[in-house]
Design a protein around this ligand. Structure first.
Ligand code: GZL
Ligand code: ZN
Length: 306
């Protein structure tokens, strides 16, 4: 029928269009940009979706409000990359009461998994273990003073990457002398590293464990501003393997990177489609990660999609 902009109660705006509300964390890092692009590519109009996108600027209250807004709009499904693990029970219950399925992508929540249909993402604890295993092999029984640039406080990756790393370096001579959040941003990493350098001096720090590349890149700026050589005077191990991080690895300013694959869009879209079709889905869908030395990064950097 002409002029039919979709009847008021029609969640999809067209009977075969699937309207999806996506509550993204924000735009804090290169990883996040790649993840957002992957999600927008998968939830495209040509794939039959009407995507309502919200980036919450790393503000949990804003992200929860965005999800409430999606519920009020009566979308067909909601996808969330939850900034932090806690505080989701109420709004997830409201979505369930409204009969709107929720898929989590990337980060996860502490709420019961009855409150979401599925989660797709990475094994953050394993990423921390892989970073820690490199540090243990590299520094082993050499007394090593390490500072940590933590991800967003309360986020699953920050919690799990810390736990995994600590487990992997137990019994080594690596001593965590300080640890502070840089909120996964380049500026945050730079500011926190400047503080560490003020406090301990270049010679008082041997290793930086950065929970993501963006904070590692900020730390590199701070170390160079202090007249020291990142990757040499102070070694750096990081997680994500985004383009700028891999370039720093090739340039010898970072020593090892554990990948965290941001290309989750196709899997998330498949889960939404399956859930709406009433198909059974896995509660957790893990994507594999890999690791890179400086030599390996040089081999692959030009062929990587992000
Ligand atoms: C991890 C993701 C983290 C990245 C950061 O899957 O949630 O958030 O490691 C990003 O770069 O900000
Ligand atoms: Zn309609």
């Amino acid at each position: 029928t002409s002029g039919d902009g979709g009847d008021a109660g029609d969640a999809g705006g067209g009977d075969d269009v699937v309207t999806v509300g996506f509550a993204q964390t924000g735009s804090e890092s290169g990883w996040r940009s790649a993840n957002t692009e992957s999600m927008k590519d998968a939830f495209s109009a040509e794939n039959g979706f009407d995507l309502i996108f919200n980036a919450a600027d790393n503000d949990t209250a804003a992200q929860i409000a965005a999800v409430r807004d999606f519920i009020n709009q009566g979308v067909d499904a909601i996808v969330i990359a939850p900034i932090v693990e806690d505080g989701w029970d109420d709004v997830l219950q409201e979505a369930a009461d409204a009969g709107i399925p929720v898929i989590l992508e990337d980060r996860t929540v502490s709420a019961s998994d009855d409150l979401y249909a599925s989660w797709v993402g990475l094994d953050f604890k394993k990423e921390g273990v892989m970073a820690g295993e490199w540090a243990a092999e590299t520094f082993g029984d050499t007394p090593t003073k390490m500072v940590v640039l933590e991800g967003t406080t309360g986020s699953a990756p920050a919690n799990d990457r810390a736990a995994g790393f600590d487990e992997a370096v137990e019994g080594t001579a690596i001593e965590k002398i300080d640890s502070q959040t840089g909120d996964f941003t380049r500026d945050g990493g730079k500011t926190v590293m400047e503080g560490f350098l003020q406090k301990y001096g270049v010679d008082g720090i041997d290793l930086v464990y950065a929970h993501n590349d963006d904070m590692a890149l900020g730390a590199i700026e701070a170390i160079e501003a202090a007249g020291a050589e990142p990757g040499v005077d102070i070694q750096i191990v990081s997680i994500d393997a985004v383009k700028d991080g891999m370039q720093a690895l090739v340039d010898g300013k970072i020593n090892y990177i554990v990948e965290c694959n941001p290309l989750l869009g196709e899997l998330a879209a498949g889960l939404v489609t399956d859930v709406l079709a009433g198909n059974d889905v896995e509660k957790q869908v893990y994507v594999e990660d890999q690791t890179f030395t400086q030599e390996q990064a040089a081999e692959v950097i030009d062929s990587r999609p992000y």
